[in-house]
Design a protein. Structure first.
Length: 635
């Protein structure tokens, strides 16, 4: 049977449908989401929750002339399906396929690139002011979740928007959930609105007032005043009005007619920015996702095989649990990622010593700094890509004061399907330039435990970056020990070339060394577990003895581990050593599986072998032709 969705190639097609057809379309969209996303992986529950909201937005606004900016962009799949990207939908999050977020490269209906949270209101306000300055009249709409709105940037933008009073529509998609339940006093306030019985009665009342309204500004103002008097008695929604917005809502986010009414009112409103409060259910319409929105926030892609080996994140959390039991000074801080960081098990046993601070990376770091000033040892559990947000806090609030904060940096290196916005390929560069900070990466999950133990004991700021991956299946030591700071480890001896590999690159370097042996090239492999400080003694020794060094890192070459090694050798006037650095060239890494991307950048065993062979012209007959042009090298 043909579907309505088959005939929707742009929002204009949507506008031809009747209300009952729109309902059918909503059902078809849900079906499409479930079928595709359970295969490709992706943000299923968030998208199921915004089906009606997306339809209503495209009914009321005229994209791409009007700009609709989805915060984070993880809930933009329905928007993609309605804006001409349905045919490519099965390529979602695949190498060369549709992005899991919004991207102006992909469609004129994506006016802004997203991936990190809490940017939408700032970007929308910038566009609204650009519109005003250039005398244009299009509409600008930011759609932001109740999780993302707790982020500092969003609050900063609301503050400016209310002050400027420019025309702008902010739609709050309030489902009570971030990835985990949204935390904080703002979340409590929103919950009050959603669950208060008096409020629900009042909502009915105010809805009648609202829907009876003609859309003129004057009448709106008068009715607003009457409504405000009534509302302020019972509803804690006045905060948005006090911030300078016209508040509309709450609106049932699964009722297309109500949504259209509210959005039309917001669109017509001229006097100040409008704030439309939409209440949705995360996972709506698909029972497993509705009942477990945390799991279905981001479902994994269907891939062959099962796993018995724990992930680095799991080993991290097990170690934190153990250390928290042993040392009462230990506390853990996570900016809205207790699930991703596997911290639920620690939180269950130590609810007062694990802090989910919301999507607030900057605050997370300075909050940890504050704790550290009073004898606590905070572990900030954070993804590499999100720590970028808190660069100044790491410098100014932690390292400058030399406070003992541990940065447990998950998803360091290539993360895969989330793509350009989420790759953790800059942290070695942006952390090693900071004085006082120790920067490390374990070669396997067992070493992760020991490095964490070392960091807790170090009395200094220390970062440990580890990959988004399962471990190597190494047995975990039961007794933890400190690793001497700045000491590398030789894991294989060989006289011809030394591979200095950091973190997840040690394993492929070892494999490469074994393959090189069959070409009669004997490689030393070093587990360069500290990017800072470098093991100067070992480095100089290798430079003198072996003369051919290859650094391997899953990080930008610019400012990375390899560049530190080259700089050190240069400063020590070790000029007769040939150094080659393997890593990520000066570009953003697209989406795709980690295996595809590591192969693309020559960061697997095969790529390492090929690069090493270039240092041995006598061995390279022919095979070099296979080296991909993209491999990033610095010689
Ligand atoms: C700066 C930043 N920190 C963390 C994340 C990870 N993250 C992606 S979606 C999400 C939850 C967003 O919650 P909400 O805005 O309420 O949207 P919902 O999924 O509930 O619709 C988080 C924490 C991110 N994308 N950006």
């Amino acid at each position: 049977m043909s579907k309505l969705l088959d005939n929707i190639n742009s929002p204009a097609d949507l506008k031809k449908l009747t209300q009952s057809e729109l309902k059918q379309l909503a059902a078809e969209l849900r079906q499409e989401l479930v079928t595709t996303v359970t295969t490709t992986g992706g943000h299923l529950a968030s998208n199921l929750g915004v089906v009606e909201l997306t339809i209503a937005l495209h009914q009321v606004f005229d994209s791409p002339r009007d700009k609709i900016i989805w915060d984070v962009g993880h809930q933009s799949y329905v928007h993609k399906l309605l804006t001409g990207r349905r045919e490519r939908f099965a390529s979602l999050r695949q190498y060369g396929g549709l992005s899991g977020f919004t991207s102006p490269d992909e469609s004129p209906h994506d006016p802004f690139g997203t991936g990190h949270a809490s940017t939408s209101v700032s970007a929308a306000l910038g566009m609204a002011i650009a519109r005003d300055l250039s005398g244009d009249h299009y509409q600008v709409v930011a759609v932001i979740g109740d999780g993302a709105i707790t982020g500092g940037m969003a609050l900063e933008a609301l503050n400016q928007a209310g002050h400027l009073g420019s025309r702008l529509v902010v739609v709050l998609n309030d489902n009570g959930m971030s990835i985990s339940p949204t935390v904080g006093s703002l979340a409590k306030l929103l919950n009050k609105v959603r669950f208060d019985r008096r409020y629900r009665l009042a909502k009915e009342e105010s809805k009648r007032i609202l829907t009876a309204l003609p859309l003129g500004d004057k009448l709106w103002e008068v009715s607003q005043q009457a409504r405000d008097r009534f509302k302020s008695l019972v509803m804690p929604t006045m905060i948005w009005e006090e911030l300078g917005f016209a508040y509309i809502g709450p609106v049932d986010g699964h009722n297309i007619t109500d949504l259209e009414t509210a959005l039309n009112q917001a669109r017509e409103y001229q006097l100040k920015p409008a704030f439309v409060h939409v209440v949705t259910t995360k996972g709506k319409g698909y029972r497993p996702a509705e009942s477990n929105a945390v799991y279905f926030h981001g479902v994994p892609a269907k891939r062959a095989g099962t796993r018995e080996i724990p992930t680095y994140s799991e080993v991290f959390a097990q170690t934190v649990l153990r250390l928290t039991r042993e040392d009462s000074r230990l506390v853990t801080v996570t900016p809205a990622m207790p699930e991703g960081n596997c911290l639920s098990m620690v939180e269950a046993e130590f609810p007062k010593r694990v802090f989910d601070v919301g999507i607030c990376e900057q605050h997370a770091v300075t909050f940890a700094a504050g704790l550290a000033t009073h004898g606590f040892i905070p572990i900030v559990a954070i993804y590499s890509t999100f720590l970028q947000r808190a660069f100044d806090q790491v410098i100014h609030d932690v390292c400058l004061q030399n406070l003992p904060v541990v940065f447990a940096i998950d998803r360091g290196g290539i993360v895969g399907d989330d793509g350009k916005t989420h790759q953790g390929t800059f942290d070695i560069s942006y952390l090693t330039l900071i004085p006082n900070l120790i920067v490390s990466a374990p070669k396997d999950e067992n070493e992760l435990q020991h490095l964490l133990f070392t960091a807790v004991k170090s009395g200094q700021p220390m970062a440990i970056r580890y990959p988004r991956d399962i471990g190597l299946g190494i047995e975990l030591d039961t007794t933890l020990h400190e690793i001497p700071i700045g000491k590398w480890e030789i894991v294989r001896h060989g006289k011809d070339v030394a591979l200095l590999a950091i973190g997840a690159m040690v394993a492929p370097a070892l494999k490469a060394a074994q393959e090189l042996a069959s070409s009669n090239i004997e490689a030393t492999v070093v587990n360069a577990r500290f990017a800072k400080p470098l093991d100067a003694e070992l480095l100089i020794d290798l430079a003198h003895r072996i003369k051919r060094l290859v650094t391997v890192e899953e990080n930008a070459l610019s400012g990375g581990f390899g560049s530190s090694v080259i700089k050190y050798l240069q400063d020590s006037e070790t000029y007769d050593t040939q150094v080659r650095s393997l890593g990520i060239p000066d570009e953003f890494v697209e989406q795709g599986t980690q295996a595809i991307l590591r192969a693309k950048y020559g960061l697997d065993a095969k790529g390492i072998v090929q690069q090493v062979l270039t240092l041995f012209p006598e061995h390279t007959s022919g095979s070099l032709l296979e080296v991909e042009g993209k491999v990033g090298t610095v010689s």
